[in-house]
Unconditional design. Sequence first.
Length: 339
Amino acid sequence: MELTNYVSAMDCWKGRIDSTTDYDAFRWHQWVQPLDLNIQTEKPECELGFAFIGFCSEQGVKRNKGRVGTALAPDFIRAQMSNLPCTFLQDVKLYDAGNILCDEISMEEGQKLLGMAVEKILDLALFPIVLGGGHETTFGHFQGHLADMKKKETPLDMGIINFDAHFDLRPYENGPSSGSMFRQIADIYKKENVQYHYLPLGIQEHSNTVSLFKFAKEIGTEYILAKEIQNSNYATILDKVDTFLYQCSSAYITVCTDVFSSAFAPGVSATQSLGLDPEVVLPIIKHILRTRRVRGFDICEISPRFDQDNTTANLGAVIIFAVVNTLCKLNNLAIDVLE
């Protein structure tokens, strides 16, 4: 089935050029290649490949009564990724699979298209990195993994790890939003008669109602509060993460940038004055990646409209850099610049 409302985003990749021949001087904008998911059918020849796909949506944020502006985020993140250095071997390939545009279609139609795009990326044996968009991005991203797992007849026990100040488990009788995705996914797993594995990290007590805490308990969702991450040692946090992942044969990471303090992430839909420090979160993300269970990643809720000097978009780019580098190191495809 052909993707619609689908456009190239290669114009975003531009930046400094130190050399056109010395690969050690290359930056991502010199290495990334276009990938048209409506045309590409054969798996690209590479040891490890990453595909960026943008989801230009803010409808979920609007429905959730948040600050709109996330539809512009994918291209702003690309601009910040452009000058990142190529610290991996040439056997690693970066592909840009373009953007899904949601301005003239419903959020639900956009999510379905994103799911199709992610499924196609997985068919090409590439690692999907989805650039949101509001956190409604996650429901579309999830649909792609679900379709892939069903098609390949793999266990439907994918664990979802969400770095977020909010549970996003709100009821959606009046329509889904950027605050309901994980409840929607819970209902899908219930219908499939399989256990739902969901672990939110960075939950803020002042940002979630008592009802949401009770519902999380009702469906058996463990969670880690932001203050636990700030005050506990890594061993305690990683032990909880490992216990969760032990129940899953695969996992998927989603980062809502409102998990971070507004000092580091001012350009988000819902700012957090007492949010987390990225330096605390990055080691946890890297640890999860080292389990070799992760099959996809997305970053959401960056809102360029409220950003300051592209600080939040740059943070998103740095997190993606860490994801790519960690997976390259796991596959012995990284250039260790500190040797």
